[in-house]
Write a protein that binds this ligand. Sequence first.
Ligand SMILES: C[S@@+](CC[C@H](N)C(=O)[O-])C[C@H]1O[C@@H](n2cnc3c(N)ncnc32)[C@H](O)[C@@H]1O
Length: 344
Amino acid sequence: MTQTVQELSPTRIFETGFAFWTSKVLLTAVELGVFSALSTKKMTAQQLGAALKLHPRGIYDFFDTLVSIHFLNREGDGPGALYSNTEETAHFLDQHSPGYVGGILEMSSQRLFKFWHDLPEALRTGKPQNEIKHSRKSMFEELYDDLPRLEQFMGAMTGISRGNFQALAEKFDFSHYKTLCDVGGATGILSILVGRRFSHLQCQSFDLPQVQPIAAKHIQKEGLASRIKAVSGDFFKDQLPKADVITMGMILHDWNLENKKHLIRAAYEALPKGGALVAVENIIDDARRENTFGLLMSLNMLIEFGDAFDFTFADYKSWCAQAGFKEFELIHLAGPCSAAVAYK
Ligand SMILES: C[S@@+](CC[C@H](N)C(=O)[O-])C[C@H]1O[C@@H](n2cnc3c(N)ncnc32)[C@H](O)[C@@H]1O
């Protein structure tokens, strides 16, 4: 039903238009370590500000904004008021917590926020707007040239993917299969979570040589080195290791159509008959109307890579069918993320 001009409200327009204020407050809180400094403690604004080395001018505005958007609790009012983590921030945003997902927000604060400033240019040119804008290197070469940046990226991937991989371990039945290869496995987190739940499974986490030692360290720390191997290779130069299931977590969306199809064909070749290729992605709904995060992620791929893009399940099925895959299944994981499965 059409609304009259009097009934229309600009509230939603302003909420979205100013969402970057709210977003930057949360990202900054993560970047500065507000939730980790508080951890299980209660602190006054002055104590917390001092612990974070903040200028007094902003501390009440900053912490009270976080209270008003429910990312901090506050007992009392005024200078004696005590700030503490909410249940959510204690679990997900305190670095001491095993559930920490802040890595992706740290990277958003330090890298993506400023690169998104150039969205208009990205839309006009179709070109990336990140570190590679002024260099000739590929995105991963540029990112991995600098160890702190490589580590930040690995932390970011763990932050965004942990919940999805946990859901995959619960929702996809790996009991029919003996071997798994996680292609572009980063820290090995998918193999670790799936391997913990399915103790019969032999896994390989496959990634570039710079990343292999990071995965090996994490796998060792989890005590899973006898069943999960960190292997190094380049998925555009080397064959993929043979396995009953090949998983690709946020891999296909990093590449243009030609490279996506190359990776799907490589997976097909590495799988036995009946084997499964599982792509864990923010799969966009076929009508491209509902999964806002998937659509935004695709814009983020424009910012990061230029010609890379996110896709629908219909797209995935058609590319996989061209490679020879026979059956398909879409399993919703967590939030905007799903597992798109193609069976050989
Ligand atoms: C977007 S991250 C995804 C990480 C992880 N699968 C996840 O979902 O959290 C892409 C991964 O692909 C790896 N990668 C990029 N190019 C590669 C290549 N040519 N060969 C092997 N791995 C590659 C990167 O090192 C990185 O770990």
